[in-house]
Unconditional design. Structure first.
Length: 162
C-alpha cells in the first residue's frame, strides 16, 4: 500500500549539492517568482533556469511512491532502489483528481506532491503578498541517473494571492 508523508525528508537541497549533472534539484522543488509588475510578466529572474533568487522549496506532502537520492562529496548521485509499485493507488490524505486516476497510463508508480502556499517564506524567503501575482514552477526528478542525468517533470502555474 502506498504511504503519505507530511513534511517529507528530502535529503540535500540544491544549496547543499542535491542536484543532478544538469544542476536540477533531485528533490521535488518549487520555485516562485513575483510577476505582479507589468514588466515582471516577462521576467524569469526567480525561475530555476536563472538560478532563482532563492532555492527550491521542498514539498509539504508526498503520497504514493517515491525514492530519494543522495549525492556524495565527489558528485556521485546514488538513487534508492525502486519502491513497491502502487499502480495508481495513493496513500492516506491524498487528493485524487475529479474522475480519479484511470485516465492516466498506469506505469506502476505514481505520486502526489503538494506545497502549502501559505507557508512562511515560500517565495524566495518572503511570504506571498495579497493581490500579487506569482509564477510557481514545480520540478520533480525521476531519480534515474542515465545518459544526461535523468528526466525532470516540470510545470508552471500562475497564482494570485488572495
Amino acid at each position: 500500500m502506498a504511504a503519505s508523508v507530511n513534511s517529507p525528508q528530502v535529503g540535500a537541497t540544491e544549496a547543499q549539492g542535491g542536484t543532478d549533472p544538469a544542476n536540477r534539484p533531485v528533490f521535488p522543488a518549487l520555485f516562485c517568482t513575483d510577476i505582479t509588475a507589468p514588466a515582471d510578466h516577462l521576467s524569469n529572474a526567480g525561475d530555476w533556469q536563472i538560478n532563482g533568487i532563492g532555492h527550491g522549496v521542498p514539498p509539504d506532502f508526498v503520497s504514493g511512491t517515491w525514492k530519494s537520492a543522495t549525492k556524495s562529496a565527489a558528485g556521485v548521485i546514488t538513487v534508492d532502489g525502486d519502491p513497491t509499485k502502487n499502480n495508481l493507488i495513493l496513500g492516506p490524505g491524498s487528493e485524487y483528481p475529479h474522475g480519479g486516476l484511470t485516465a492516466f497510463k498506469n506505469e506502476g508508480y505514481n505520486s502526489e506532491v503538494r506545497w502549502n502556499l501559505n507557508k512562511p517564506g515560500l517565495c524566495n524567503g518572503a511570504d506571498l503578498i495579497s493581490g500579487h501575482i506569482y509564477r510557481m514552477q514545480f520540478m520533480i526528478h525521476d531519480g534515474d541517473q542515465n545518459n544526461s542525468g535523468g528526466d525532470v517533470g516540470q510545470s508552471c502555474a500562475i497564482v494570485v494571492a488572495p
